[in-house]
Ligand binder design. Structure first.
Ligand code: GDP
Ligand code: GDP
Ligand code: MG
Length: 399
């Protein structure tokens, strides 16, 4: 008799749990792959791995609600079925983060700004010194043509201004670098809803540059700024990529739309993500893509299709090209290929914390004619900052 009562209580608790989780779902849950994404919340980041390892446990069995018989079976996992959801983090707003760059660069003490200040402060500025200045700039990834131009600009400034106190030299170099880094184009990210639809941001770039991390960090920053976000895991090449994105999303309460199967059509996932974003009336849909650069045609086919399919539902507001600042000339070559394939609207320069060669900011903006909009300053969740030229140049010059 007692066993019977316990059984009824256990079943009751389970049913309440299932009912409760359905009630707690946000409005408009009839979206395409939403159910799947939510169910993963309950099972944690593991199911994808088990999908791979044991073909017997397909997605259907893994996520199907338990039958009555299963619920009643003595082996049924009773209480621990729904572990408590991790509490949501409240990320800080994005403003003011750029100053952290100064600390990161100061640590390395090898910034090219310091080297330039030293050279420009020499008593005699002979040809050899000017050559050294040009070389420092080239070594810092500024690019050959801009390095020449900066050097000749500096020569002119020295002639015109005459005196060279340390303060003068610094002010002169600061003005010159600023003029190289500043652009006409706005660095603002278009992440506002328009015409009753969410803004859509596509993250593109070569593997390992930091696309997924940047999607995650950006989602956090947007949530910190009070916006709502849906993530689209359109890098369907590896299941782990979707898990990685989803983990970022879960920490700040942003839903990740992903495919049930590996190697799914990235365009289809992007379409679903945008559809969920429209339905749920969020502010921004961030779409992570794969960056396999087999050849330009593959890339063009894949990214072109993602964009085209998204545009069936709304506009793509930003195409952000993610570049690893530590890859120098190689990174620039990649940038060129992507720029030929998609209309890049902004550059995200990651791993700026890992290089003293910030000159790539100048080189890539010049190469693509598009501003650097965001910079990655480390692996921490809030190490993504809106790019600010003044803070950047001051950081290069050692504060
Ligand atoms: P295709 O595969 O070259 O024919 O490319 P499509 O432009 O037809 O779309 C690619 C993917 O995006 C499809 O497999 C769908 O998953 C998704 N898609 C595109 N348009 C629609 C649509 O109108 N409705 C839905 N549900 N999905 C769409
Ligand atoms: P994806 O292949 O383009 O999606 O690249 P991931 O987002 O997976 O990132 C690749 C690696 O770069 C990861 O280990 C990230 O933690 C790291 N990473 C990304 N952005 C930054 C950054 O700004 N600074 C540093 N130091 N590491 C970063
Ligand atoms: Mg990735």
């Amino acid at each position: 008799m007692i066993a019977y009562i316990i059984l009824i209580v256990v079943v009751g608790v389970l049913l309440l749990g299932v009912g409760g989780s359905m009630l707690l779902r946000p409005r408009g849950m009839h979206g395409v792959r939403r159910g799947r994404a939510r169910e993963l919340d309950l099972t944690g980041p593991l199911p994808k791995a088990s999908d791979q390892n044991s073909p017997g446990t397909g997605t259907a069995t893994a996520t199907a609600p338990p039958t009555a018989a299963e619920l009643l079976a003595p082996t049924a996992p009773a209480a621990p079925a729904a572990p408590p959801k991790p509490s949501l983090e409240k990320p800080p707003p994005s403003a003011g983060r750029m100053v952290r760059l100064r600390a990161r660069l100061a640590r390395s003490q090898s910034g090219f700004g310091t080297a330039l200040l030293g050279l420009l402060s020499r008593d005699r500025l002979d040809d050899e010194t000017w050559e050294e200045i040009e070389e420092v700039l080239i070594t810092a990834d500024v690019g050959v043509t801009p390095a020449r131009q900066i050097t000749s600009d500096l020569q002119t400034r020295v002639k015109v201004e005459g005196t060279r106190t340390p303060d003068d030299v610094r002010a002169m170099l600061r003005a010159e670098l600023l003029s190289q880094v500043e652009t006409e184009a706005s660095r603002a990210l278009r992440t506002q809803r328009h015409e009753g639809r969410p803004a859509v941001v596509l993250m593109v770039g070569v593997n390992g540059t930091g696309k997924t991390t940047t999607c995650g960090k950006l989602a956090r920053a947007l949530v910190g700024d009070g916006e709502t976000v849906v993530l689209g895991a359109a890098d369907t090449f590896r299941a782990a990529a979707a898990d990685q994105l989803q983990t970022w999303g879960e920490r700040v309460g942003a839903q990740t739309v992903r495919s049930d199967k590996e190697q799914a059509d990235p365009a289809s996932v992007a379409f679903d993500a945008v559809s969920v974003g429209i339905e749920q009336e969020v502010d921004v849909v961030l779409i992570d893509t794969a960056g396999r650069l087999h050849n330009k045609n593959d890339l063009m086919d894949e990214l072109g299709k993602v964009k085209r399919v998204v545009e069936k539902r709304t506009t793509v507001d930003e195409v952000l090209l993610v570049l690893d600042a530590t890859t120098g000339q190689n990174g620039l070559r990649q940038a060129r290929v992507f720029a030929e394939v998609v209309d890049v609207t902004g550059i995200v320069l990651t791993k700026l914390d890992g290089t003293a060669k910030g000159g790539i900011v100048i080189a890539v903006q010049r190469e693509l004619g598009v501003p650097v909009k965001l910079v990655g300053l480390g692996e921490g969740p809030d190490d993504l900052a809106p790019f600010d030229p003044v803070t950047f140049v001051d950081a290069i010059l050692g504060g």
